[in-house]
Write a new protein. Sequence first.
Length: 534
Amino acid sequence: MNQLTLFGKNKKTFINLKEAANWASQYLNRNITTYNISYLFQYGRIKKYGSNGNPLINIEELKEYYDSYDKERQWKKKLGDDLNWHLSFVEYKESERTKHVHRLHPYKGKFIPQLVEYFLDSHTDEFKHQTYFHKSDIILDPFCGSGTTLVQANELGMHAIGIDISSFNAMISNTKVEKHNISQMMEAIREITLKLEDFQKIKNNIAFEEHLLAELGKFNYKHFPSPEYKRKVSRGEINEREYSKDKEKEFLSIYNDLVEKYKIKIKQNKNSSFLDKWFLSPVREEIDFLFNKLEEIDNTDLKRILAIILSRTVRSCRATTHADLATLKEPVTTTYYCKKHGKICKPIFSIKGWWERYTIDTLNRLRQFDRLRTETFQICLIGDSRTIDIFDEIKKQMPEYAEILVREKIKGIFSSPPYVGLIDYHEQHAYSYEIFGFERRDELEIGPLSNGQGTEARDSYVKGIAESLKNCKKYLQKDYDIFLVANDKYNLYPRIAGLAKMKIVNQFKRPVLNRVEKDRSNAYSETIFHLKEE
């Protein structure tokens, strides 16, 4: 079979088992049988099309599967043969890894829902020979973060309790699992958006931005034509650094003329807080306007979900380049050459577009989760997992479920503790703490970036995680199972387990393929530690 037939101009999408086996044998340069192909769709590696009597294979999906298998060999060569490739979840698309409410708000350091599902779900497969949890069990996540464990527990018919030191994290988590009045939310969003439009009518920034976009369009079409410009850069016909710097300077005069023409105030009067520093003045005015409208709402649940949307909107409107959204460097107040897009780009002057995009997206995600949710209870408690009295807090906040909790106790833990010296968890949402006035408890974070990764920081981290486990253990069933996801490059978890009077009974090493950092080329893995009573 000629591969050009399958991947050329006259691409044949579906083929039968025999054709698939012939193609795969040629592609891999080894004998592949129809039985091998049947195995792939019987175990969900690829989808089966057609009928049972005449199964068909999507040749593109088959190629993707074999290409990923080659990637597995490459990663194992770098990270070791003990790498559990099944836990890479490479077969899931980005939209599946961020399904329904999991993407209500950005959050660094969260794990993908499929990883939680694998260990919580009672269904077994060829790779998983033991069941740890069942429906109606109570699961604990003492480092709740953005609530991934809580959401997946709900979807799987399990109860779950989260704990987080951050008030903002708790708000994200609880908003995801709570039931919301969608129609009421739609009406509130419509009214607020109309008021924002009225507010913008008394400002010049909308007309200014429209004029700026028109000028940018003409300039970029002339000087950065796509794809010709990038092609010339790759061939060395254009020195990107010199050319872009020259054109950036050339357009800056156009930008400054428009700022003067429309009397646009770019910088805020102050530079003392995060909101002062990282948002242009027109954007800050709209942020304050929307916040004041949210403050007028009496319904607490509605106010919370709208606050999440506003926070997500604000994050996307910081005065930075497109390339530096994940790691802020310096505020950008003028047009600039964007290496990511290969043209002159601009900072953001209005939040309205992002607000509208995220309101629509949030409503859709809440509807999707509503179709999957089960009648179980989940809550994220605000507190320190090293000292919190879980039973007492549940009695205060969810008295209807306290009796179940005290009687049944918690079956186990699935959590991703903070990695030592990697993230300052309060700082990543500094804008929201300022907007909503949440109390910051940075000093109670375990292993923050600000403490570094030195010996003292590691010792403090070990003590903190062990104390959390010891405290939480008081609320667990005797035959508990604990799963902790960590990149333990300093081999700290054997010490942690010992201090908590636990033992590591198993380890699952998984490759992390879908990272948000710019440098994704370095092979990276994390380990799921399975702990039980010593």
